[in-house]
Design a protein around this ligand. Structure first.
Ligand code: PLP
Ligand code: COI
Length: 367
């Protein structure tokens, strides 16, 4: 199916018969953490090889039932996205570049031999859920409604080939900041044993398997007292790629920045793309170039490297203060993050929240 084709699907809407009471919801929204508090509803859309996309429903959030032979349970044919809805100072609700998530969802689907959900349908699903669960959007600083669209292969068939049936689901979670402690700089662990993705693999797709492959390294990072893992390339084990769930930037003494290129093994982050645009807009040079771990050590030692930060939808922009590894630690600056990281974060959040002009046309209002 052509993803741009106009597809007419009416969403059936069945509001939850027993949504959570307002006071219980308010108690949850007070300190939601990340990814634990879920809203009352979900959206589901079915796909079959014969019928294409059909049966779009906005309905009460509930467990989904799968045949034990469903392809996703055996071969991991699954993709997902992550984006946020914000309440803005003027009371409106906005999404940040959701059409980019719709587009990446299609790209991930292609890589995982799954059907492409038309972008209009992806966006409509998001708007439907945000509208019906608007009361679940927390409005504290750093808080938002994290939207999680995903697709699983549901066909009951044990042969290995692309599934002829898929289920798209959209759920939402009221969230605060991703890292405990909010703004302070995070520490990352350099994995010298495990890699995340290799050339020709699925690194550029947002598929569950990439995250499954990262979990042991992430667990090692936590054991080492770190917040996230940094992966190196699979071929030479020297080029910095990205974190388990975020892209990475290096800021130098001349104000320029470097970030690893989109060579197919890292996720093309929407925050990454936005940060590049914002930095260039203020006249900075941004290189999309390979950066090695040896160079990282040398530049930190000489003082040429001033700041390092991670960025992604969940984590926004987070300073990296220190990298730990089996070969010793590298502290960046005084270890607490720097002014360029803080300014880029403030600009991005300002645009998302409606405090700064949206000159790039990134914000899409829901109501
Ligand atoms: N890299 C990985 C592996 C991720 O999981 C994410 C999060 O989605 C990102 C980078 C950042 O992408 P985005 O800015 O689109 O959220
Ligand atoms: C996101 O930023 O949306 C992600 O998927 C990353 C994950 C760490 C929650």
């Amino acid at each position: 199916m052509n993803a741009h084709q106009k597809i007419e699907i009416a969403f059936s809407r069945s509001p939850a018969s027993n949504p959570l009471a307002a006071d219980a919801r308010a108690a949850l929204l007070n300190d939601p953490g990340f990814g634990r508090v879920f809203t009352d509803h979900m959206v589901t859309i079915r796909w079959t090889k014969d019928r294409g996309w059909h049966d779009a429903q906005v309905r009460a959030r509930e467990p989904i039932s799968l045949d034990p032979a469903a392809a996703v349970l055996h071969y991991g044919q699954e993709i997902f996205e992550g984006l946020k809805a914000y309440t803005r100072r003027d009371g409106s609700i906005a999404l940040f570049r959701p059409e980019q998530n719709a587009r990446r969802f299609r790209a991930s689907a292609v890589r995982m031999a799954m059907p492409e959900l038309p972008e209009a349908l992806f966006l409509q699903a998001i708007e439907e859920l945000v509208t019906i669960d608007a009361a679940w959007i927390p409005d504290g600083e750093g808080s938002s409604l994290y939207l999680r669209p995903f697709m699983v292969a549901t066909e009951a068939f044990l042969g290995v080939r692309p599934s002829h049936e898929c289920l798209f689901v959209l759920i939402a979670s009221s969230v605060g900041s991703y890292f405990k402690g909010g703004a302070k700089a995070v520490t990352v662990w350099l994995s010298d044993r495990y890699t995340r993705a290799a050339e020709g693999g699925t690194g550029a797709a947002k598929c569950g398997g990439n995250y499954a492959a990262s979990l042991l390294a992430q667990a090692e990072a936590i054991e080492q007292g770190c917040d996230q893992v940094v992966f190196l390339d699979a071929a030479e084990h020297r080029w910095v790629e990205e974190l388990g769930g975020m892209n990475i930037f290096f800021v130098f003494d001349d104000g320029s920045m470097t970030t690893p290129p989109l060579s197919g093994t890292i996720l093309p982050g929407i925050t990454r793309d936005s940060v590049i645009t914002l930095a260039q807009r203020e006249g900075r040079t941004v290189r999309e170039e390979r950066y090695s771990i040896e160079q990282w050590r040398a530049d930190a030692a000489s003082g040429k490297l001033r700041e390092v930060f991670a960025c992604g939808t969940a984590a926004v922009v987070s300073a990296i203060g220190k990298i730990k590894s089996a070969n010793g630690d590298i502290v960046i600056g005084d270890g607490t993050g720097g002014p360029i990281t803080a300014a880029l974060k403030a600009t991005l959040v300002g645009i998302q929240r409606g405090d700064l002009a949206d000159s790039e046309g990134w914000v899409r209002k829901v109501r």
